[in-house]
Ligand binder design. Structure first.
Ligand code: FAD
Length: 405
């Protein structure tokens, strides 16, 4: 069924697209990446990576590149942003690493992306094209054709659409609406010299408050700190990224304690994200095309797992193709059946985490009581479904009776 002389096309050169490109070449496919930006790269912000992400990096052969750029945190901590009460504390040192076989870490997004890009360059089988915006897809029994913004046609034997939260491919094949959350995220990276000494913790730290929260953690050997603040907007929001304003963000954190509040005074420049997600769907594969990363499962950020899932997707795609001797149809089907429930759980759990973070009134009291006295082992048990992901258990296909098309 495969037209083996053609490449597999990958729409998007973000973390998901590069991971997919690397995974596909490891199965012997020629790969052509089509990226809309004029340069392959990432935004200036941090992200958290669970051990599951490092298992996936390892499977792609770039684990050391990722680990060497990451900061291994000692713990995760949640404080109530009004009274500084410690709501939860999870050590992520040796016991955590032993349990899950890899660290919990924080990393600059550019550095995570670079780890994958180095892998792609070293393997030399990926043809990268920038300034190409995928507009439409056509498919027949033998080929898939992507039409770009200039009307040029790119032919392949298959297409992996990793074109992000606003995926043009998903818009054409699925056409489902997005769900604007009304939650606005401000992100910035601050130099250590400008970051308060009393908050220079080697931890993934979150301050949770009524209709808002603040996150901070170190990057690049502690030379920088990532600052992310989120609030429920008073405005009617439109999904997208704009320049932020210090005046706006300061107007939202009046109730927050001074220790946490100083975070919002730090950045010189803010980027402002009005966020959205989509309801999970039970079909990602349409003929010779499948979705991957945010294009497949766009989520709010509260589980800090969107990029981790994209890298897992890529490894699972490779394993599904391997299990089916590179039969694209069977491989794409096994891939989606192995991934949809797990990633839908992230999307739905993330919405719930947003509610827990932003609790007020009696819900706040419940939130602050949730993990009282909980031991690290009980936290680790609760995280097993997420961080226990491995290459050798990633093919876990399930049927969707009455759900899948
Ligand atoms: C505030 C915030 C915090 C987050 N924190 C974390 C975290 O701590 N940990 C974590 O794992 N995840 C986190 N995430 C999620 C993570 O950023 C995404 O899940 C991840 O970037 C998805 O990767 P992707 O490659 O699928 O999509 P993207 O990173 O969006 O990449 C898509 C690529 O496709 C390109 N593209 C788009 N449209 C087209 C087109 N039509 N044609 C060609 N190219 C196109 C884009 O230019 C881009 O390069 C966070 C997200 C947000 C918003």
């Amino acid at each position: 069924m495969n037209n083996a002389s053609l490449p597999v096309l990958v729409a998007g050169g973000g973390i998901g697209g590069l991971a997919a490109a690397l995974a596909l070449t490891q199965q012997g496919f020629e790969v052509k990446v089509l990226e809309q930006a004029s340069q392959i790269g990432e935004i200036g912000a941090g992200m958290q990576l669970g051990p599951n992400a490092f298992h996936a990096f390892d499977a792609l052969g770039v684990g050391e590149q990722a680990r060497s750029r990451a900061v291994y945190t000692d713990y995760m901590v949640m404080h109530d942003a009004i009274d500084e009460y410690q709501v939860g504390y999870i050590p992520t040192g040796d016991a955590f690493r032993q349990r899950f076989g890899n660290p919990y870490a924080v990393i600059h997004r550019v550095d995570a992306h670079s780890a994958l890009l180095e892998g792609v360059k070293a393997n030399g089988q990926v043809d990268m094209h920038t300034s190409i915006s995928v507009q439409a897809v056509e498919q027949d029994d033998h080929t898939v054709t992507v039409i770009d913004q200039h009307g040029h046609r790119h032919q392949g034997q298959a297409l992996v659409a990793a074109d992000g939260v606003k995926s043009a491919v998903r818009a054409q094949l699925v056409g489902d609406p997005h769900r604007v959350t009304g939650h606005v995220v401000y992100r910035a990276v601050v130099d250590k010299a400008d970051f308060p000494a009393e908050l220079q913790w080697n931890a993934a730290s979150i301050w949770v408050g009524p209709n808002c929260h603040l996150v901070h953690y170190p990057l690049r050997g502690g030379e920088q700190y990532n600052v992310v603040v989120t609030f429920h907007s008073r405005e009617v929001e439109t999904w997208g990224v704009t320049e932020g304003s210090a005046e706006e963000v300061q107007s939202y954190f009046q109730e927050v304690c001074p220790k946490a509040r100083q975070l919002i005074d730090l950045p010189k420049h803010w980027k402002r994200w009005a966020t959205a997600d989509r309801d999970p769907i039970a079909q990602w594969t349409y003929g010779r095309t499948t979705l991957l990363g945010d294009a497949a499962h766009p989520t709010t950020q509260y589980m800090a797992q969107g990029a981790c899932m994209a890298i897992e997707d890529a490894v699972t795609l490779r394993e599904a193709l391997k299990a089916n001797h590179n039969d694209l149809f069977k491989g794409f089907d096994l891939y989606q059946r192995s991934r949809i429930a797990r990633t839908a759980r992230i999307v739905l759990a993330s919405r719930e985490m947003g509610r827990i973070y932003h609790a007020k009134g009696v819900e706040r009291l419940v939130r602050n009581d949730l993990w009282r006295g909980r031991t690290p082992e009980r936290f680790y048990d609760a995280m097993e479904w997420l961080y226990g992901w491995r290459v050798d258990n990633c093919l876990a296909p399930i049927e969707f009776p009455g759900v899948a098309a």
